[in-house]
Ligand binder design. Sequence first.
Ligand SMILES: C[S@@+](CC[C@H](N)C(=O)[O-])C[C@H]1O[C@@H](n2cnc3c(N)ncnc32)[C@H](O)[C@@H]1O
Length: 313
Amino acid sequence: MNQQKRDDSQALSGSAPVPLVYAATLSTPSNHSALSSIDAISTLIEQNQLPIHLTPKASDQKLTQKYRQQLSEEYQSPVLIIDDKGELSLLIEGISVAPNWAKLQRRVVSAGRKSELLLQAAKLSAGQSALDATAGFGHDSLILASTGAQVTMLEQQPLLALLLLVEQQKMVQEPNWQKLMARLDIVHCTAESYLAHALPQRMAFDVVYLDPMFPGDSYENSKTGKGAKVGKHMQALHGLVAPPSKEAEVSLFDLAKNAIADSQDAQGQNQDRLEATGRRLIIKRPISAPHLAGQTPDEVWQNDVVRFDGYFA
Ligand SMILES: C[S@@+](CC[C@H](N)C(=O)[O-])C[C@H]1O[C@@H](n2cnc3c(N)ncnc32)[C@H](O)[C@@H]1O
C-alpha cells in the first residue's frame, strides 16, 4: 500500500477528518444552497453511520482543474468538493469524480439483453433481485435495476457509499427516475461481512454480482499487448481502493458462491427447479484478467474489452 492509500484508509476509518471544500459563491446570505447541501450530506452520514468526519471549508477560488490539483497536493488525501452548481464530487489525486447517473439515462432507458452484455449474463427480469456486492459508482447497478429487478448495492468505501447515497437522494427528485431509485438499496459494508452475516436472515438473491478491483495492468489485451483506455472513474478508484489479495479473492469468491447455494438450499428447491430459476454469480473482469480466485466459470460473455464470468450453483 502506498503512502496515499495508507493515509486514505486512516481517513476512512474515521480517525482522520475528510476535507469538504465548497464554493464560497454558494454561501452568501442570499444563497444558502452549499450550506444546506452540507447539512443534507451530514444527515446522510449520520443516518447511514458512515465513518466520515467532515471538515467544511469555503473556497473563494474557482474550482478549476489547476486548483483541484493544488487541493490534492495540499491535503494528500481524498477531498470532497461542492462546486458552484452545488454538485458533490470526490477529488482523488487531482481527478474529481461523481456517480452522475443522469448521464446514463439514455443507456438505462434502452438497456436490454441485446445492448448490455451484463444483462445477457445476469438474465434478470422484473420482480427478481440482485446483489451488487461491489457497487462503486453504481453504474452496473443501474443497468441491473433497469430490468425491473430490486438491487441491493454494497460499498465498502465510506466516501463512495456517501456519493451513492447523495446521488440517489438527488435523482429521486426527478419524476422519471423515481421508480428506478425505489429499486435501489444502498448499504455501506463489505461484501464479505454481508455475505457471511447479514444474508442468511435476508432475502435470497437471483443474481450475485461482483466487479472487484483488479491490478491496473489487467486492462492490457494479451494478444496485442495494448492497454484499453481506462475511464476517469476507474483511474480515480485505483487511487483510492487496492485490488484484493489472492487470499481475499478466494474468500470473496467462496462466500459469493455459497450465497447462491445457500439461497437455493434455504428454499428447498430440487435440481430441476434450480436450473429453471438460473440463480447465478456473475463476475466482471477486464478481458485479459485471470478468473477471480482462479475459478473457471461455467459460461462466459465477452466483448473486446470486458468479460462476464458466470458461475451456476
Ligand atoms: C471496480 S469498482 C465497481 C464499479 C461498479 N461496477 C460500477 O459500475 O460503478 C469496485 C468497487 O467495489 C468496491 N469493493 C471492492 N471490494 C469490495 C468488497 N469486498 N466489499 C464491498 N465493496 C467492495 C470498491 O470499493 C469499489 O468501489
